[in-house]
Design a protein around this ligand. Sequence first.
Ligand SMILES: O=C(O)[C@H](O)[C@@H](O)[C@H](O)[C@H](O)COP(=O)(O)O
Length: 256
Amino acid sequence: MAQIYTSATSPEVAQSVAAFVLKHQDEALAKSGTFKIAVSGGSMGKVLKAGLVDNAAAAGKVQWDKWEVFFSDERLVPLDHADSNYGLLQESVLKYITGAKPKVHTIDASLLTGKDGQLEGADEAKDEAIARAYADILPQDLKVDLVLLGCGPDGHTCSLFPGHALLKETEKTIALIRDSPKPPPRRISFTFPVLAKAGAIAFIAEGEGKAPVIDQIFNDKLSQLPCKLVNDLGVPVAWFVNDAALTGISVPASKY
Ligand SMILES: O=C(O)[C@H](O)[C@@H](O)[C@H](O)[C@H](O)COP(=O)(O)O
């Protein structure tokens, strides 16, 4: 079962996330000399900036040059586009790193067609090639040390949406999705087979608007929401939330 860690405020959530990331960084570096971490979009960049860049105590312990960063999902847009998860990370975190930077695995933007991740004028074969190329840069054993995820109000995570055929993907590690219910429609995403190999997974979810979906994920045993399916993968899963995200619901939560 997944563990929920709650804090009163957003800065405290960011500090807890930072402490958790550093613990996994140190464990991974002791084992292999590299820390493989996957991130996604939404407000994650802000949390990582507050926890790992602006927070001096943690900032001194981050060994950015030993990080390999993957995206657990990415939109098929240019890397400097407002919808790009890489672009978000660049603007919120990477540009503030003063020393040696991490190795960041972006999509191959030279294969992009169409505009703004929209379907019109987009070449499906090239989209498939982007997904295949990204699958090829995943670690050979598929093991990412830590995967950081967001939770949509509909229970989606990565670009795995409730009821979507991709939830049943058992072969591909990186899937192409061209009908994302949330814009932009063209994206690539980690699939469950790769999430299942992760060393650990952590969700970050803040705000009262997340309470109903967290309630469903933790209190409805039959729920098939993607976030609930991640909780049930058998990988250690931690949820970092603020108290507001637990408004009016009853779930077991503790301080990190
Ligand atoms: O797929 C997308 O279009 C979103 O970017 C999404 O995955 C986001 O990460 C979650 O909705 C969580 O959002 P917050 O990080 O703002 O809670």
